[in-house]
Each structure stands twice: as C-alpha cells, then as structure tokens.
Design a protein. Sequence first.
Length: 286
Amino acid sequence: MPDPKIKVIGVELEKREPIIYYTFLEEENDDDYSINTLVLVNSELGLEVGKIITKTKFLSIEEMGYEPNPIIRILTEEDEEEFQKIKQEIKEVEEYTQNKSEEMNLQMRVLQARYTFDRSKLIIFFGADSRVDFRELVKVLAKKYKVRIELRQVGIRDEVKIKGSLGLCGQVACCARFLREFSSIKMELAKTQQMMINTAKISGRCGKLLCCLRYENDFYEEVLKNVPNENSTIEYDGKPAKVITVNVFLKEVTLQVIEDNQPLLIKIPFKYFNENSNEENKTDEL
C-alpha cells in the first residue's frame, strides 16, 4: 500500500539551497502561504527564517525522503524587524571573523555566517585548501558574541556556489544562479559528448568537471544508443570493420574495411545501425 500523501509547501532557507518541505495547520488558509512569504521554521541548524517558493503540494514521505516538520508561523512585523537586524549583524560577523583568522595566520576564507533566529547559535562557513585548526578562533568568537559557535568547512564546489563566479560561457556559474544540488559529473559524460578531453576546458571555476555536461547527456545517450563505440570492431556487409570515428553532429560513423587487401574508409549514417537494431529486435520477437 503506497504511503499517504501529505499536504506540504516548499521552503528555501538560503538562496539556491535544496527545497525543504513543511506542513502547516489545516485551518489556516492556503492563500496566507503565497510565494515569497517569510516563515519561521525549525531546520537542522535550529530556528530559522525561510521563504516559501512553491505552491501547496501533496507528497508522500517516500517522495520527500523525510517526515516534514510544521511551519511555526508566518513572520510578524516584529519578526521581520528582528530578521533585518540579524542580516545586518551577519555582515559584521563575517568581516570580524575574516580579520581575526588573518591575524591568527589561519589559511581560511570566510564565506557566510548564519545566526539562528533566537540567536542561540552562530554558524560560520568557510573554505580552505587544507584542514584548519580553528579552536582558538572559536574561543575568540564565543567571547565576543556570547553564543554557541560552529565553524564548518565546505568543499570547493560549495565555496563557488556561495561566493559566485563566471562560467566559461560568460554567464554566472550555474551553481550560483539556479542549481540547488550538485550531480555527480564523470569524465564519461565528456567522452559521450565528444568534447576535447582537456580538463582546463571542461572544468569550472571550482576545478571540477562542468555541471552543464549533464544537461544534454540524455540526448547524446539516446542518439548514440545503437551506435558502436570508437576503436571497436564490428561486422559490416559480412566483413569485419573497425570504427574509426563517431560524429554526433553529422550523425555518421567512419568505418575502416579491407577491400582488395587495401584499407578503405567509408561513412555510414547512424540510421543504418538503428534500422539494423530494429531488425534484430523483430527477429528476437519472432
């Protein structure tokens, strides 16, 4: 029996972070929870302010991957005033932390600070090229701000996502513009799309393979579904033939066959392999 659907709404805690779904009191009007409404919620960090970015949905726990918490309340005028104060204070925290880390000769880059709404916790995210012993820095920060301090080191992909960067295309990097979660990007994607295997040209500002390699991969997989791989040997016209090149853009394969003891290059359209594959499937069905 499938899991029952739960009435939920999507909330964003920080720009481009994964959407988190929350429930709300049934007696409240859905219209109160319009897009861009600020709400108070419990997150993994504590009490935080989030922004509604989806309409009401009905999802199962299996679809969400967790049991949703209820929204605490829509922000009141007093809440919004407090939230604005926190945002202003955060800027000072980031600047102070960076200055102190430099004074202590800590090789770290302060990226973002976040206060919980009740000011019980201050979380500071930073990037670094190696492990950093920040214990003394935590003591200094705790003495100044008198709250629980957490310093969290993030990976280079998250660092670029937080700080922003321009991609090779000249536009703002996808992770800083609209991507909420990172996908696994492997070199096979570049090979499938016949891109030059030059890591400098297929890597982003983070030094990792470009996220956009995944965008068109389904198209390439579909087009190349029945097409042999380069350097493989196949049977063509009853004779062995070596696959020299596979050109996705021209949709043709260059084969090398032996005619009269001489190598001969011939070009075969992709549809030849698709048609042959269909014929084989019909034979199998019979």
